[in-house]
Design a protein around this ligand. Structure first.
Ligand code: AMP
Ligand code: MG
Length: 398
């Protein structure tokens, strides 16, 4: 049976970034990925400037302590100096203001004793101190934002710095979420005999949203091949990805695998060596991607995080080559015995000595409550596992 790592590898071979679109450079860009390189239209800083409030001086004048210079001008930020600095002269200057011609160094205010017309400099001066030369951060024409950048707030600042008010980004995938199962009813209905509430629908929509994709809700589909076939074909017309939950196992009413075949989808795998979530199904039809997630809520949740989330990230232009596990030490001793590699709920906390992880108890793949206090999944190999506090476990941060 396919391992979790190989399953992701197979998925990644089928998935490539969607097309691109233009977007205004505003907060809606957060989590989107740049589809082009962007270069600066200016030097930054655009002029040689002072890093400090103090005095602009010539280092040659200040090679011994306690020299007194004549103050010839005051240069606040936003003002351009009008006077050229000659020998034995200084200009009062503020942080961010342009350095006057003739000056080469800044003496911080704290090292000066000044009156309106003169200043005495306590220490000697190193040429260039507290000066940021024009173009030190970036030169006009230099690429400062690369294609593939996952946009964060600092990048919006950078876009403003280079005067870029709209950018080309990868399109975010539109993802249909379709719960299936004749036993399901939506909250707030009170389930009748034999019915249960649909928990996977709202949960998966939120997982899609958290992954930075556009989540489209679909009504619950009853377990009939005709229903499934019609529902899936319609949803495939308008979505990039379709996530079905339930009906993917081997029961008499699990019609999904057969229906997908009938409507021309290619199933790449249908079963993974993992717990929970063994019956996961991955299929494509042309460019469209279909996940059949097992109906049990924990299975559905875990399969999304392990397989659907990386897929959505690639579609929206991120580079993903493998699962991004991090190794974190256990807070407490931990023991399990599973017949397959297991991905269970865990809580990562941050202490003065760094992060630590605590496994959370859960009662199998239907126990959604067991996910209540978790912010990570821990990977535990098959068989008897007994680990001491301080030993490391691989964690997938949520
Ligand atoms: P299935 O994968 O259809 O065999 O379903 C496995 C288990 O998950 C069954 O107990 C279903 O009732 C339950 N289940 C399926 N879909 C959902 C859902 N959307 N919300 C909550 N439980 C579900
Ligand atoms: Mg079912």
């Amino acid at each position: 049976m396919l391992s979790v790592a190989d399953a992701l590898h197979q998925i990644l071979q089928q998935v490539k970034p969607l097309g691109t679109e233009f977007s205004a450079a505003n907060t809606s860009l957060l989590g989107k990925v740049l589809a082009e390189n962007y270069s600066s239209d200016l030097d930054s800083p655009p002029f040689t400037k002072s890093m400090m409030d103090g005095f602009a001086v010539r280092a040659d004048d200040c090679q011994q302590p306690n020299v007194t210079l004549t103050v010839i001008e005051e240069i606040p930020a936003g003002y351009f100096p009008q006077k050229v600095l000659g020998p034995q002269q200084a200009s009062r200057i503020m942080t961010g203001a342009p350095i006057p011609t003739g000056a080469d160094s800044i003496v911080p205010k704290e090292q000066c004793q000044d009156s309106q017309t003169s200043v005495t400099i306590a220490a000697t001066v190193k040429r260039g101190q507290f000066v940021i030369p024009q173009g030190a951060e970036m030169k006009s024409g230099e690429i400062v934002l690369k294609k593939g950048t996952l946009l964060q707030p600092q990048h919006l600042g950078l876009l403003a710095a280079i005067g870029q008010t709209s950018v080309q980004i990868f399109r975010s995938p539109q993802v249909g979420v379709m719960p299936t199962g004749s036993e399901l009813v939506d909250a707030p209905l009170i389930p009748e005999q034999g019915q249960i509430r649909n928990t996977n629908g709202p949960m998966l929509l939120a997982q899609v949203y958290r992954a930075g994709a556009i989540a489209i809700p679909y009504p619950i589909l009853k377990d009939s091949p005709e229903n499934l076939s019609r529902g899936i074909q319609q949803a495939l017309d308008t979505n990039d990805v379709l996530i079905l939950s339930g009906g993917v196992s081997v029961g008499k009413y699990d019609h999904l695998p057969e229906v997908l075949k009938q409507i021309g989808c290619t199933t790449h795998f249908h079963k993974i060596q993992m717990k929970p979530g063994r019956p996961l199904l991955f299929a494509t039809r042309g460019e469209k991607i279909i996940f059949g997630l097992p109906g049990n809520p924990v299975s559905s949740f875990v399969c999304f995080e392990l397989f659907v989330r990386p897929t959505l990230r690639v579609l929206k232009g991120e580079t993903v080559t493998a699962h991004e596990f991090v190794s974190i030490p256990l807070a407490k001793d931990f023991e399990t015995d599973n017949n397959r590699p297991t991905y269970g709920p865990a809580l990562v906390t941050f202490t003065e000595n760094g992060p630590q992880v605590t496994a959370q108890s859960w009662f199998g793949s239907a126990d959604l409550r067991g996910l209540g206090n978790c912010n990570a999944l821990i990977e535990v190999e098959a068989g008897r596992v007994s680990k001491k506090a301080g030993e490391f476990l691989r964690c997938l941060l949520l």
